[in-house]
Design a protein around this ligand. Structure first.
Ligand SMILES: Nc1nc2c(ncn2[C@@H]2O[C@H](COP(=O)(O)OP(=O)(O)OP(=O)(O)O)[C@@H](O)[C@H]2O)c(=O)[nH]1
Ligand SMILES: [Mg+2]
Length: 670
């Protein structure tokens, strides 16, 4: 039996969780289909999900179809939880993209579809809600072909659409319309089919077309489209048939070295981390030693393999399967288990959240527990960045949006008993060095004779070590680069044992020192070079290098100067042409720039870029300005320097540039 790891993806509210429930029911994995509205589904299992009727975390449920054990991964559709979806994408063998027959292609739909294509995940389409008034399933195929990909293949027809009598009638294999339609789409990617199609389309054998359809679906070249109603259970059999026939199960060699990826972390009732792992290669058993996240080693204390209901419980997970694994220490989402799976780095491609808010505990005595609780949440979700301001005793959290903020607030209250208030959401800027800058601190000679490197009797260097650093601008989006230019004899081997360890450790200190730049924002898009160092054995400690890095780097940065840059969003707007002038005027007032505009059939499509700070205003005013028909899709669009009055952020403590206050704060902290 093959395992098929199948993701269900869509814009918020398209019906993913309802469809998941129906698939489980129709495949016989559960006795009755639960409902999102009654809070009784398998995959929306968090209290918060059941109350709000939205999915927040991805969840796995298994069933059997033909000779495939399918692990269904239900994902959230709300854009605030896009990170949750992105980390699932890398562990899928196939996907069902759900599109509502009423709302059609929504902002999140093309975004998810493109991500699936980028990762070569074979994708079926399920057009849901054909029972609802206003459903226009037939026109949707053309829209999807235009906006998603041309290779859309309808697998049947809808009768009685827009009413509770709606049904889906799948095409039989030798249905004339189907053969002609399928052949036309398949001919795009296959010479043989093209020749036969041109000669005589009706002579093409249904068996040959079906085999080609499966092959091209598995290569992600075409997308079979099914229709139905998840709520009424219409069209589910046909979709299940498509999953069985047209998608292919996981490959992988159980004898190969272990290679897997963690795509979700959950905490058990006792607070223990449970890692959801997809294994690509090898076999993993309880108590087997395995590398986690590249370096640490751990031994799983228990493993629960996901399998269809009724299958015996197994604790040995093999290539292709998914399992809930305990005992992997401080494992985090995105970590590799064993060998890193090739091309599967999931966490690094995400843009950083562009918003943040200060969180205050309602009860002052809960500040400590609030900090601990947020740190735990950040563990489950590496994109929740928690910033502690020791100076003002404030904690802030980075965010994708307002719904995520509400969910964090509700989770704190429910799971940790902490009532917390969020202050107003603000935009998170970055700093880039304006030009190159250098600085150095030389070790004091005093009476010591065992100094390696230069020393200066006049220096006021407070630390017994020498360090010189240069910082210079690097291309936008390149992040922080670090390299060492120092001679091997200057490396304190008694502390770090190898040159590599020293350089790696210094890089960590550099990254830490760049968390707050001259204006208090993260410094990035720069290259840092260590041009000199020195030590005094055995006095110099790693902590001296750490502190000195902060001092020297901040001085170098001060000489370089920085640009504060604000986050931008790229927009794709679709509005009725008659409303375009009003929408564009607002866009302009919010600092947006139009990059392209086309109008056809009374619809204007606009590509633009604007500061993230204005997106919320645009979003809230768009329905009013576009007669309720505007569609806005946003994605991160990099950063731009703010010329005048750049905002600064309160530092978490004194700056090393304010040397006395900074040194005093170090002594206080010990
Ligand atoms: N009329 C009708 N309503 C549906 C259908 N499928 C789902 N719904 C309703 O649509 C709403 C959203 O359904 P969900 O299954 O929660 O959608 P989702 O895509 O999982 O939503 P998120 O996970 O929050 O993104 C619920 O009120 C469902 O009852 C359908 O086929 N027809
Ligand atoms: Mg859902």
């Amino acid at each position: 039996m093959r395992t098929l790891n199948l993701g269900i993806l869509a814009h918020v509210d398209a019906g993913k969780t309802t469809l998941t429930e129906r698939l489980l029911f129709t495949a016989g994995a559960i006795d009755r289909a639960g409902s999102v509205d009654a809070g009784t589904t398998q995959t929306d299992s968090l209290d918060l999900e059941r109350e709000r009727g939205i999915t927040i975390r991805s969840a796995v449920a298994s069933f059997l179809v033909g000779d495939h054990a399918v692990n269904l991964v239900d994902t959230p559709g709300h854009p605030d939880f896009i990170a949750e979806v992105e980390r699932v994408l890398g562990v899928l063998d196939g996907a069902v993209l759900v599109v509502s027959a009423v709302e059609g292609v929504q902002p999140q739909t093309p975004l998810l579809f493109r991500a699936l294509q980028r990762l070569h995940v074979p994708t079926l389409i399920f057009v849901n809600k054909i029972d609802r008034a206003g459903a226009e399933p037939s026109r949707l195929v053309e829209t999807m072909a235009r906006r998603l990909a041309p290779g859309m293949v309808p697998m049947g027809t809808v009768h009685g659409g827009g009413s509770r009598q709606a049904t889906f009638v799948p095409f039989g294999p030798d249905h004339g319309d189907h053969i002609a339609g399928v052949a036309e789409v398949l001919a795009e990617h296959d010479e043989g089919i093209l020749r036969a199609y041109v000669r005589d389309a009706t002579a093409l054998s249904p068996t040959r077309l079906r085999a080609q359809l499966a092959a091209q679906t598995r290569r992600g070249q075409v997308h079979p489209v099914y229709f139905g109603s998840a709520v009424l259970g219409v069209g589910i059999d046909a979709l299940l048939g498509g999953v069985e026939e047209l998608l292919a199960g996981a490959r992988g060699d159980p004898q190969a070295p272990v290679s897997g990826r963690v795509f979700k972390i959950e905490r058990s009732a006792s607070g223990e981390r449970v890692a959801y792992v997809r294994l690509f290669e090898g076999t993993l058993r309880p108590r087997q030693r395995v590398r986690v996240g590249g370096d640490e080693e751990a031994k799983p204390s228990s493993i629960k393999v996901f399998a269809p209901a009724g299958a015996p419980r197994r604790d040995v997970v093999r290539a292709g399967e998914m399992a809930a694994v305990r005992g992997l220490g401080t494992v985090r989402v995105g970590d590799a288990i064993g060998e890193p799976p090739p091309g599967q780095a999931v966490t690094t491609r995400f843009p950083r959240p562009a918003l943040e808010a200060v969180v205050d505990p309602a009860r002052a005595d809960q500040a400590g527990s609030l900090r601990a609780a947020l740190a735990q949440l950040a563990d489950q979700d590496p994109l929740i960045d928690v910033r502690q301001d020791d100076h003002r005793h404030e904690i802030s959290v980075s965010l994708y949006g307002e719904v995520q903020k509400e969910v964090i607030g509700a989770t704190l209250l429910r799971d940790y008993g902490i009532a917390a208030d969020f202050r107003e959401t603000t935009t998170v800027c970055i700093e880039r060095p304006a030009r190159a800058g250098e600085a150095e601190e030389v070790i004091q000679a005093e009476t010591h004779s065992n100094i390696t490197g230069r020393s200066s009797p006049l220096s006021t260097n407070p630390f017994p070590a020498t360090l010189a650093l240069r910082i210079e601008p690097a291309p936008p989006g390149s992040g922080i680069g670090f390299r060492s230019d120092v001679q091997v004899r200057l490396v304190p081997m008694y502390l770090f044992h190898t040159v590599e360890t020293f350089v790696t450790q210094m890089e960590t200190y550099v990254r830490e020192a760049l968390i707050e730049g001259l204006s208090g924002w993260q410094v990035t898009d720069c290259r840092v070079t260590m041009t000199d160092c020195g030590y005094m054995s055995p006095t110099t400690s790693p902590a001296d290098y750490r502190r000195l890095t902060q001092l020297v780097l901040m001085t170098a940065l001060d000489r370089a100067g920085t640009w504060v840059c604000e986050p931008l969003a790229e927009l794709a707007l679709e509005v009725p042409s008659s409303t375009a002038p009003g929408v564009l005027a607002l866009l302009g007032r919010l600092g947006g720039r139009v990059r392209g505009q086309v109008s056809a059939h009374d619809v204007s499509k606009v590509e633009a870029i604007m500061p993230v700070s204005g997106v919320r205003t645009l979003q809230s005013r768009l329905p009013g300005l576009s007669m309720g028909e505007g569609i806005l899709e946003t994605r991160p669009g990099g950063y731009q320097p703010i010329g005048e009055n750049p905002p600064s952020r309160e530092r978490s403590g004194p700056s090393p540039l304010d040397r006395d206050a900074w040194l005093a704060s170090l002594t206080r902290r010990g």
